[in-house]
Design a protein around this ligand. Structure first.
Ligand code: XMP
Length: 517
């Protein structure tokens, strides 16, 4: 797709840094479209891409390593402005006849730089003691001819360099991370002053252009969409509905493993409010039947995944003339599958890839393929989806099944669902909902003694899990106030029959995981 929205686009070549995606998100936040491609993208493809600027990411290698990833040297002569970040800067030096050496001391963490050449990428930035985030082992020994040092730090005589005439720049630090407070200004100087991009990438224009391209593609055909009630599939559904109205058919499979009230909410929001064709399948009996006697979490996952496909296919087959299947694939899933050895893709996606029917003879429509999660949320807001759905925490596909340790039963599910509902209510009421990544109840397969009135009880234990995280790769337990913990515990023990003890999980990931399974 090459429309006005994406005309002003920037190419990010990935050399394997953990923060490559962050660079892309920052560029997008400045309303410039960009894509991440592997460092060895061919010159022809780069020319076809027609970038207004190129950013070379950082990476774990040293330019002196055997087999270190290099850029095609021809990209320095395309006349396209270029910014090398960290390893990207060392490459510039290495490939343009400068020299890079091992620094005596690895520089990792906060540093202060002084600007030697204000203007260009440092336009409008204070000159001394600029706080930046460093992470490098090598440093520039000799500048390439025609380059000048633009900034230095105590440990890096060249913390930034550039050749203003050729619009080639390099920074030793990471402007894309939050620890470099003026990083956004530096990137914007590059985008707007050097590359002369216009800030045309907005979610409003994304919605407009996507709606019209979906209309064009779908024509008079019918589209099926698997709606789960999560952010991604909800945004896909509303976006498609805006484009093709009646010709969208959403299938919502209630597997009986959802949270309290979830099935009702989905129907209220999508059928009643948005007036979307919604087929609600209550398959809970079928799912519970197949899960009877199963306690191994991987088997639970498999059974649930396969059954979902079966139910979905069965229902989809009833929709006559369906030609397309709409899916909420996001950009991190796409990059993960194409990127250079994949190290930059830090977002764990394998869990959440929908596993949709392979045998179905439907063409895919993936309108969110270019978007990061934060952009999807903005699109949701643009489409007036309720804030509850937009800001919804991730919820695993196998649902409550992996939060009951051991075998499932209708009684166990009821206990877990009620306990979980208390947690959701209290976390929301306390204002913690947006600070935590996920919060939920886990039902443990043990009983312990308690006392209620004059009677001894022998009932089950709920573990409360609440974690903070940015991408689910790592997580730390949320420091919820004692009052919130106390209220949750009191309410669960008083209101949920069958539970006489609540414990709080204070483990971080790693070495623990978020779910207990
Ligand atoms: P863990 O437990 O591996 O979870 O730390 C990381 C993130 O993945 C979610 N998760 C799943 N999502 N199917 C899913 O769709 C699954 O089987 C599954 N297992 C874990 C989990 O909720 C967390 O956000």
């Amino acid at each position: 797709m090459f429309d006005h929205l994406r005309q002003e686009r920037v190419l990010i070549l990935d050399f394997g840094s953990q923060t490559t995606q962050l660079i892309a998100r920052r560029v997008r936040e400045s309303h410039v479209f960009c894509e991440i491609h592997p460092f060895n993208m061919s010159l022809k493809e780069i020319e076809n891409f027609k970038p207004k600027g190129i950013i070379l990411s950082g990476g774990p290698s040293s330019v002196h390593d055997e087999g270190a990833p290099l850029a095609d040297p021809a990209i320095f002569d395309l006349g396209i402005p270029l910014l090398g970040i960290c390893y990207g800067m060392q490459l510039l030096a290495h490939q343009l006849s400068g020299a890079v050496e091992k620094a005596q001391r690895r520089e990792y963490g906060p540093a202060a730089i002084d600007i030697d050449m204000p203007g260009d990428i440092f336009y409008g930035i204070e000159k001394q003691g600029v706080r930046v985030w460093m992470s490098h082992g090598d440093r520039i020994l000799k500048l390439p001819p025609s380059f000048k040092t633009m900034a230095h730090s105590d440990n890096s005589p060249t913390a930034a360099m550039g050749d203003s005439k050729r619009h080639l720049y390099g920074v030793q630090f990471h402007p894309e991370v939050a620890h470099t407070p003026c990083g956004k200004d530096i990137l914007e100087n590059f985008l707007f002053r050097i590359c002369r991009c216009r800030p045309s990438w907005t979610m409003k224009s994304f919605v407009e252009s996507t709606v019209s391209s979906i209309r064009e593609k779908v024509g008079n055909d019918q589209v099926i969409c698997a709606l789960s009630g999560g952010v991604d599939s909800s945004v896909v559904a509303v976006l498609l509905h805006k484009a093709i109205g009646e010709r969208l058919h959403c299938i919502f499979v209630d597997n009986g493993l959802l949270r309290k009230g979830e099935a009702e909410t989905v129907q209220r929001v999508f059928r009643d409010h948005f007036e979307i064709n919604l087929i609600h399948i209550d398959a809970s009996a079928e799912f519970l039947d197949c899960l009877r006697g199963v306690s191994d979490p991987e088997r639970k996952r498999k059974i649930i995944g396969n059954l979902f496909i079966g139910v979905f296919e069965r229902e989809a087959a009833r929709i006559r003339d369906a030609r397309y299947l709409a899916q909420g694939t996001l950009y991190p899933d796409v990059i993960e599958s194409v990127s250079f050895k994949g190290p930059s893709a830090t977002i764990k996606t394998h869990h959440n890839v929908g596993g949709l029917p392979e045998g179905m003879k439907l063409e895919l429509i993936e309108p969110l393929r270019e978007l990061f999660k934060d952009e999807v949320r903005l699109v949701g807001r643009e489409l007036a989806l309720p804030e509850r759905i937009i800001m919804r925490h991730p919820f695993p596909g196998p649902g409550l099944a992996i939060r009951i340790i051991g075998e499932l039963s209708p009684a166990n599910l009821e206990i877990l669902r009620e306990a979980d509902a208390v947690i959701q209510e209290e976390i929301e009421a306390s204002g913690w909902y947006e600070h935590v990544w996920q919060s939920f109840a886990v039902l443990l397969p043990i009983r312990s003694v308690g006392v209620m009135g004059d009677e001894r009880t022998y009932e089950q234990v709920i573990a409360l899990r609440a974690v903070e995280s940015v991408d689910a790769m790592t997580a730390d337990w949320a420091r919820l106030p004692y009052e919130v913990l106390g209220r949750i515990s009191n309410r669960i023990i008083n209101e949920v029959k069958g539970v006489n003890r609540v414990v709080y999980d204070i483990s971080s990931k790693p070495p623990s995981t978020i779910e207990w399974e």
